[in-house]
Every structure is written in structure tokens, then in C-alpha cells.
Design a protein around this ligand. Structure first.
Ligand code: PBG
Length: 331
């Protein structure tokens, strides 16, 4: 009999029972590491389902408050809000109107849950502009970086005044974190933090989000978001720049097609004492939901496998549309 038929090293011993597997688990994802992204629609009296994201809705102000309470009860610690305004214009005026939907929603949620959740505002103009771009346009129709920074500075202060604990600049303008930090400090909001969408790629996986926010975008965002296929070093550079500019947390987005970038950003940020977030985005949600609805994959284990992969790749926290449900599954 071959000596090789009797292995000396048997890794299977550590897989023999559920208790043994739990004992040796290297990674443990906790509900407190999940953040719920939520949409709120101006003037809505009922939540409106989003066709391409089964299970996700555009909230009314009331239903958003309830969702925030449920999120807190499930053990989440954060909620990221997106506004869906009724009227849009070239400069995205609704974003800096204290009565604008996103700003009133931030105040609503803060009033409802207090300190139980960190309330975050997506800081970007795309939901508010009639052209759908993340910034204001110059005379030639290109997104004007520095003119946009002025809008972001104002938007940050309005969100902070509404009670946001973290603002989330997601427009990929150069220098956005520095200008926001400066504006917040000058207005006395030295304790309002910045969760920077640092390595944000122009991705095909944003598709369902466009429906979620009634986006008016024609074309794409490739002159400001990063190349959606080819650049990883650049993502690390963007994150390091944001840290220098004062980001409190950096984020990689999307998550699944960029787990290598996430690993590298998380390693670099950790050296500097900065936590890393990842955004498990709309298209990542929808493709799993679609496969599950067809009976092609087992939904709940697939959700946990997906979220755990993002955590294992280095994310200290994850924005995911499954946050509240997944918190229940993780208990
Ligand atoms: C910009 C923003 C987007 C997402 C979050 N913030 C859209 C974009 O950059 O095109 C996408 C989130 C998702 O797809 O789930 N405001």
C-alpha cells in the first residue's frame, strides 16, 4: 500500500463539526459593521418599490423613519441617505436647500433614532441636477471640478446642520475632501466626519441605482470616476490623497469586482489608522436577487457569502441593501 494513502497532515479535522468550524473561523462579520443605504422620495406618501431592486424602495419620509428604527433594532450602527427630489436644475439647488428632501430626511432620522445610528448623507449633486452629473457643467458641457467643489462645501455644511454624523462625498472631484473639511471646520462642525468614496469606479453595476434615484444621466461618468476595469494603483492613490485631505474613513466602490483594490486600500489605510468601508452596490444586489428569484442560487447563504467576502478582503464596514436582513441572519 502506498505511504501516500495515509496523509500525515489532515486539515479536515478542523471541519468535523459546526462547533469546530466556529472555533477556527478566521473572520466574523457583525451587524454593527453593516450600514443601510436608503432612498427617500420628496412628496411621497407611500414607499415606492424599485423594479430593478426587489425588496428595496424609495421611502416616504415616514417609512424612512420606520426603516431607520428597524435598522437600529437589528443592531446596525449606520444609515446612508439618498434624496430623490421632485425638481432638478443645472446646479442641483435642492442639495443645498435646508428644506430639500435629503436634508429634511437627515433631520427626520436624527430626530427619530438619536445617537443609535450614525446618520450619513450622500454628498453628491447627481440626484439633484437635471443633467444627472455629479457636478456643475462648464460652458462646453464638461463637469467643472472647482466650481463643483463650491457646491460640495455648501452641501456639507447644510447636511451637518441637519445633523449628519458623517458626510459621504461620492462625486470623485479632485480636492473634494479638503474643501469639505475646511467648510465644515469654518462653520463650527469640527466633529462631523467624512466618509470618503475614495476609490470609486465607473461601473456597469450602478444600473439599478439610476432607477432608484430617477437619474436623468445621459452618457457616463468616465471623466471623473475611475476607469471601470483597469486601474488598481490609482485606487490606492485616491485613497491616500483623501486621507491626506482629512478623510476619516475611506471607501472602495463597487465591492465585488474590486476586491483586490479593497484589499490594497484597506492595508494602506490600516497602516495610517484609518478604517475602510466598501459599498456592495445596486447591481451586485440585483444580480443575486434575480438569480435567487429564479431558483438558481440559495439566497440567504449567497448573501452571507457575498458580505463575508467583502469583509475578508479588508472592509471594516459594508454598505449593503441587505444590511437589516443580514444583521438578522448573522445573529
Ligand atoms: C452618486 C452615487 C452613486 C451611487 C452611490 N452614490 C451613483 C453613481 O456614482 O453613478 C451608486 C450606489 C449603487 O449603485 O448602489 N450619488
Amino acid at each position: 500500500m502506498s505511504e501516500f494513502l495515509r496523509p500525515i497532515v489532515r486539515p479536515r479535522r478542523l471541519r468535523t463539526s459546526a462547533a469546530m468550524r466556529d472555533l477556527v473561523a478566521e473572520t466574523s462579520l457583525r451587524p454593527s459593521q453593516l450600514i443601510l443605504p436608503a432612498f427617500v422620495r420628496e412628496g411621497a406618501s407611500e414607499p415606492t418599490p424599485i423594479g430593478s431592486m426587489p425588496g428595496v424602495v424609495q421611502h416616504s419620509r415616514d417609512s424612512l423613519r420606520k426603516a431607520a428604527v428597524e435598522a437600529a433594532e437589528a443592531g446596525l450602527k449606520g444609515i446612508m441617505l439618498f434624496g430623490v427630489p421632485v425638481t432638478k436644475d443645472a446646479v442641483g439647488s435642492g442639495a443645498t436647500d435646508p428644506e430639500g428632501i435629503l436634508n429634511v430626511a437627515i433631520a427626520d432620522v436624527v430626530a427619530e433614532v438619536g445617537d443609535a445610528l450614525v446618520v450619513m448623507g450622500d454628498l453628491c449633486l447627481d440626484e439633484f441636477t437635471d443633467h444627472g452629473h455629479c457636478g456643475v457643467l462648464d460652458a462646453t458641457g464638461r463637469v467643472d471640478n472647482d466650481a463643483t467643489l463650491e457646491r460640495y462645501a455648501d452641501m456639507a455644511v447644510v447636511q451637518a446642520r441637519a445633523g449628519a454624523g458623517l458626510v459621504g462625498p461620492s462625486g470623485m472631484m479632485d480636492g473634494q475632501v479638503a474643501v469639505i473639511r475646511d467648510a465644515l471646520d469654518a462653520a463650527g462642525f469640527t466633529e462631523t466626519g467624512i466618509l470618503a468614496y475614495s476609490a470609486k469606479y465607473a461601473s456597469a453595476y450602478y444600473g439599478p441605482f439610476r432607477e432608484a434615484v430617477d437619474s436623468s444621466l445621459q452618457g457616463d461618468r468616465r471623466t471623473y470616476q475611475q476607469d471601470g476595469r483597469r486601474n488598481a494603483n490609482e485606487g490606492v492613490r485616491e485613497a491616500l490623497l483623501d486621507i491626506e485631505e482629512g478623510a476619516d474613513i475611506v471607501m472602495v466602490k463597487p465591492a465585488l469586482a474590486y476586491l483586490d483594490v479593497l484589499r490594497r486600500v484597506a492595508d494602506a489605510a490600516r497602516e495610517l489608522g484609518v478604517p475602510t468601508a466598501a459599498y456592495n452596490i445596486s447591481g451586485e444586489y440585483s444580480m443575486l436577487e434575480a438569480a435567487a428569484a429564479n431558483g438558481w442560487i440559495d439566497r440567504e447563504p449567497a448573501i452571507l457569502e457575498t458580505l463575508t467576502s467583502i469583509h475578508r478582503a479588508g472592509a471594516d464596514m459594508i454598505l449593503t441593501y441587505w444590511a437589516t436582513e443580514a444583521a438578522g441572519l448573522l445573529r
